[in-house]
Design a protein around this ligand. Structure first.
Ligand SMILES: Nc1nc(=O)c2c([nH]1)NC[C@@H]1CN(c3ccc(C(=O)N[C@@H](CCC(=O)O)C(=O)O)cc3)C=[N+]21
Length: 287
């Protein structure tokens, strides 16, 4: 079992240390979160984020807007936060209500404050494997930290990413490729039998689809590493991932639970990125 909570704690502690260093220079890392409407996964995220920010020493504010908010209103808030010197990092919760063009909002955020790494400029840098600092989406970046903690060689091994969202799948593909893995990106048009054939060959399987129980033990190669990014609320209120844990766990060498796996890691990585952006934006070099 990959213990996301413990690894997240280590990342948070390091972020807190760096935030402390910045505070001594009079810099308080500032994070602004915009939440429009009531997506359940987003609400969990917002709650846990505020808690982590307090612990790390990040000044966080959440702007909650009703579901009927217009695109112009969201863009106006983003413009205001772009100008605000106390804000180093801006995060607009995804998904936005359908009447708002999410891409337009993502492009309105200053790339230097784009803590999610969703701005095309930052995505382009990642995809092109550019050197230098730029923000990378926190969930896939956190997954790389989890993989790192398993102390396996990734180089030359096979990975499959299931799901091609801008939030997870696409940046995940780039990060695994950058770790010198051979990466397959599967999605809703991948035929089911083909998907199984591909996952059965993979050393690392990252599932980010929002389909509970999509991947079972039968889909896996013996000794695979399984990273479950899914976060699904069932009718009985329980939280499950996209992997059928009971059947997958005996086959896997490493597996992340839900909750307690990727979720806490996303939060910790968000704190890490916020502190980094504060440093970069103030011209401070962190060790
Ligand atoms: N712009 C944007 N960036 C995101 O990164 C983003 C987003 N929008 N929209 C929503 C999704 C979802 N997401 C979660 C992060 C952490 C937990 C989390 O803390 N999970 C705990 C839950 C524990 C609990 O409180 O029950 C766990 O898995 O252990 C959940 C969900 C980030 N997302």
């Amino acid at each position: 079992m990959i213990d996301g909570k413990t690894i997240a704690q280590t990342v948070r502690a390091r972020a807190a240390e760096r935030a402390q260093k910045l505070a001594e220079m009079g810099i308080v890392p500032g994070l602004a979160v915009i939440l429009v409407g009531e997506d359940p996964a987003s609400q969990i995220y917002v709650r846990n984020k505020s808690r982590a920010a307090k612990k790390v020493g990040v000044q966080s504010q959440t702007i909650v807007m009703p579901v009927e908010t217009t695109e112009a209103e969201v863009l106006a808030i983003v413009a205001q936060l772009n100008e605000d010197a106390a804000v180093d990092a801006i995060l607009v919760q995804s998904p936005l209500p359908k009447h708002i063009d999410e891409e337009k909002v993502q492009e309105a955020i200053l790339p230097s404050k784009d803590v999610d790494g969703f701005h095309p400029e930052n995505i382009g840098r990642l995809f092109a494997n550019r050197a230098g600092y730029y923000p990378i989406a926190n969930t896939p970046r956190g997954v790389m930290t989890l993989l790192d903690a398993t102390q396996q060689t990734l180089h030359g091994k096979q990975a499959i990413v299931i799901g091609r969202s801008i939030l997870v799948g696409r940046p995940m593909f780039s990060l695994l490729e950058r770790a010198n893995m051979t990466v397959t990106l599967a999605h809703r048009h991948t035929p089911r039998a083909e998907l199984r054939r591909l996952t059965q060959q993979a050393d690392v399987v990252v599932v980010a689809t929002g389909v509970p129980g999509l991947i079972t033990g039968d889909d896996l190669k013996e000794g695979a590493t399984v990273i479950d990014v899914g976060i699904n609320r069932l009718a009985d209120g329980s939280l499950v991932g996209d992997v059928d844990f009971a059947s997958a766990e005996p086959k896997a060498a490493f597996i992340t639970p839900v909750p307690g796996g990727v979720g806490p890691m996303t939060i910790a990585t968000l704190m890490q990125t916020t502190v980094e952006l504060a440093a970069v934006n103030h011209g401070v070099e962190l060790d």
